[in-house]
Design a protein around this ligand. Structure first.
Ligand code: SF4
Length: 375
């Protein structure tokens, strides 16, 4: 890890290179969080050159968050048409509506508020807040991770949660606190233009002198290919509450911690998104889930619930083969849990949820339908 004068020189050289050689991109002429946010979402899974015309057309029609929030969804999707991944467009509009409803039309300045918006994860929130508001948040995505792995000659599977956490700490420590937005863009630009996946152009690199991967002659081989790990079977049990109005209860995204994630680490398995109350069920799933609910919902301790098995959901997350057993729990009133939300079970995607959670909702809905048909 660079410190003192070396760190100062590293920052100076990278920022100097960025200010001289950065590509002229339309979203680099603004500090408007709406425009920066839109560019970040469009650039997910889309090349810069392909995204630019869409970005410009979209802004002509929706120049601000209010116009996007109030537009018919069909029109938003039409202007997105061709970029693909339409969930991005839907989420952008849902987030715009939330920003208008809850944040007075202003993109939130707090990190926790930003990642609570549909379609916005850690990387996107850090990018927007640093560029628009100069918040000291270091970005970490695949590109930046590759650059950091080469700079530090870091081996191993970068997406493993422990290593990813260390890379985040490394990104945090390099961040230039006086200009975090430029800094983040400079790191991304280095990854996009010189420190590219296949053949890093170390001769042109402004920070080559600090690069351990180059010194050791292993830059091109980093990041290392992921080793295929033996599959680990994980069993989870989830409580899908449903009240008479079809509302269910979702718990908020678990916070990042430094604990080492085990194979059955629920926050990892729900992708740190909104989720049903879920427990790793190494023993008897129903009993494990009841014990978990009693512990996590202390105010409901004396309620007795009827847990209706809602089939089996199979899902894979990296090396884990997950069997999730959703239990439908029909109640008059949903439990009140601090930070939790009540949303329609048929539309849980109004909040950011993982595919695993979506599958559990579908299974529970099917079971609820069957139970009603039998009545
Ligand atoms: S010296 Fe090469 S490998 Fe190291 S950061 Fe620069 S481009 Fe990447």
């Amino acid at each position: 890890m660079l410190k003192g004068r070396e760190l100062a020189a590293f920052r100076r050289q990278l920022l100097g290179w960025f200010s001289q050689f950065q590509r002229d991109l339309p979203w680099r002429h603004t500090k408007d969080p709406y425009r920066i946010w839109l560019s970040e979402i469009m650039l997910q899974q889309t090349r810069v050159a392909a995204a630019i015309p869409y970005y410009e057309r979209f802004l002509l029609r929706f120049p601000d968050v209010h116009s996007l929030a109030n537009a018919p969804q069909e029109e938003v999707l039409r202007l997105w048409s061709g970029l693909g991944y339409y969930s991005r467009a839907r989420n952008v509009q849902k987030a715009a509506q939330e920003i208008v409803a809850k944040h007075k039309g202003q993109f939130p300045t707090r990190f926790d508020d930003a990642i609570g918006l549909p379609g916005i994860g850690n990387y996107t929130a850090a990018a927007i807040l640093s560029i628009a508001y100069d918040e000291k948040q270091a970005v970490l995505d695949g590109n930046v991770a590759r650059v950091l792995a080469r700079l530090g000659a870091i081996r191993g599977d970068l997406r493993e949660s422990q290593l990813w956490q260390e890379l985040q700490e490394s990104a945090d420590s390099l961040l230039e606190p006086k200009s975090p937005g430029d800094w983040n863009q400079a790191m991304m630009e280095l990854g996009a233009t010189l420190c590219t996946p296949k053949s890093p152009q170390c001769l042109l690199c402004p920070v080559a002198q600090f690069c351990e991967g180059r010194k050791q002659g292993i830059a091109e081989s980093l990041p290392e290919k992921r080793k295929k790990r033996a599959t680990v079977e994980v069993v989870l049990a989830a409580a899908v509450f449903a009240d008479g109005r079809g509302q269910t209860l979702l718990l908020p995204p678990p916070k990042n911690t430094k604990e080492k994630a085990s194979a059955d680490h629920v926050p990892t398995l729900v992708s740190r998104m909104w989720h049903f109350p879920t427990v790793s069920a190494a023993g008897e799933p129903r009993k494990d889930l009841i014990a978990f609910l009693r512990k996590e919902l202390p105010e409901e301790r004396n309620r007795s619930w009827e847990l209706l098995p809602a089939g089996k959901v199979r899902h894979a997350v990296t090396y884990r083969a997950i069997t999730l057993l959703p239990f439908l729990i029909e109640v008059k009133n949903l439990p009140r849990v601090s930070g939790a939300k009540h949303v329609p079970l048929a539309d849980i995607s109004s909040l950011p949820v993982s595919n695993l959670t979506r599958k559990a909702a579908r299974a529970a809905l099917a079971t609820a339908g069957l139970a009603r048909a039998k009545q």
